[in-house]
Design a protein around this ligand. Structure first.
Ligand code: PHE
Length: 334
């Protein structure tokens, strides 16, 4: 106990004083070693108690030494370079999420509420998953070299032109009913402009079960747009054509920019197209081994860029891929 008091009373701060402390107590000829040497003279019946005391002393001395070194280290380093440790720190600037990610996450969370799970697949696809399984005949214009990036090593490989390929992969797994959305990057050989790019992001959706109807499709998509754009938004469906859906439609929403007064985004029509959709073609179901007499389903697909542009009133698609921090830091959201 006396030694402990002595040790605690020592307050070495300079490196030299701390080293002297170490030699005095912990060095090869220090106090600790000396007492250890005395152990052989202790009577056998007292050895246990003496050993415990000695160990206690050893731990205490070592800890004290460690705390002196630590305190001195922080102090000398800081004072040496003239840092005032009492000042508040410089805040590290936080990055922001990319607007495409913000909107993709929002779309995913809206469909999650309806029980849609996220499914993902490869960006490099084969002809079957991207085209033939989806009922795109051999000579369909969408297969034209103009639109599709083929991989030169193998004519069967390509960069997926839509995430419908992921839906094929999920249907092939054979677990029904199936309720998924497929977010992901897709590629098309288009001239880059304010409205088009050689790659963009999609969210496609698929619901297959018994007795799924076009009414289910409409209600699901209506729920989506009101959650996304607010309860005031109006929708309309126009008949359309996709090889993989029958009947097919495109869905427009009322223009959020001019509210029907007429602007460039809606080309003065008051309506903006946001997605394609339809009832899954029976041939597509059969191509994936699903009994089309028992099951029906709907599918839809939208471009995230288009939704993001409407949401934030962004007029040029190229901004999304230029990595200009002045553009990107304007979007702060979870
Ligand atoms: N795959 C279509 C496209 O990329 C979108 C779509 C999906 C249309 C599902 C209808 C049904 O353009």
């Amino acid at each position: 106990a006396k030694y402990k008091a002595d040790i605690a009373a020592e307050q070495p701060t300079t490196p030299d004083a701390i080293e002297a402390f170490r030699i005095k107590y912990l060095g090869t000829k220090g106090l600790l070693k000396t007492i250890m040497g005395e152990m052989k003279n202790v009577a056998p019946e007292n050895k246990k108690e003496a050993g415990q005391l000695l160990n206690d002393f050893k731990v205490f001395t070592e800890n004290t030494f460690a705390s002196f070194t630590e305190a001195a280290g922080t102090q000398t380093n800081a004072t040496a370079v003239g840092i005032d440790l009492t000042l508040p720190g410089t805040p590290a600037p936080l990055g922001t999420r990319h607007p495409i990610s913000i909107v993709r996450n929002k779309i995913i969370s809206i469909f999650n509420k309806l029980g849609f799970a996220v499914a993902e697949g490869p960006e490099i696809e084969d002809d079957f998953h991207n085209f033939s399984a989806l009922n795109l005949p051999e000579n369909h214009p969408a297969r034209d070299m103009q639109d599709t990036f083929y991989i030169s090593q193998n004519p069967d490989w390509l960069l997926r032109t839509h995430t419908s390929s992921v839906q094929i992969r999920e249907m092939q797994k054979g677990t029904l009913p199936l309720r998924i959305i497929c977010p992901g990057r897709v590629f098309r050989n288009e001239t880059i402009s304010a409205r088009a790019h050689c790659f963009f992001n999609q969210v496609e959706g698929l619901y297959i079960a018994e007795n799924v109807s076009f009414a289910d499709l409409k209600q699901t998509l209506y729920f989506f747009v009101t959650e996304m754009f607010g309860a005031d938004v109006k929708v309309r469906f126009r008949p359309s054509y996709f090889p993989f859906t029958e009947p097919s439609a495109e869905m427009d929403i009322s223009c959020l920019i001019c509210h029907g007064k007429g602007c460039n985004v809606c080309k003065k029509t008051g309506w903006v197209e946001i997605l394609g959709c339809g009832m899954v073609h029976p041939k597509v179901l059969e191509n994936c081994g699903i009994d089309s007499n028992k099951y029906t389903g709907f599918a839809f697909g939208m471009g995230i860029e288009r939704i993001t542009m409407l949401n934030y009133q962004i007029k040029d698609l190229r901004l999304f891929s230029e990595n200009d921090v002045r553009f990107l830091k304007q979007f702060e959201s979870a």
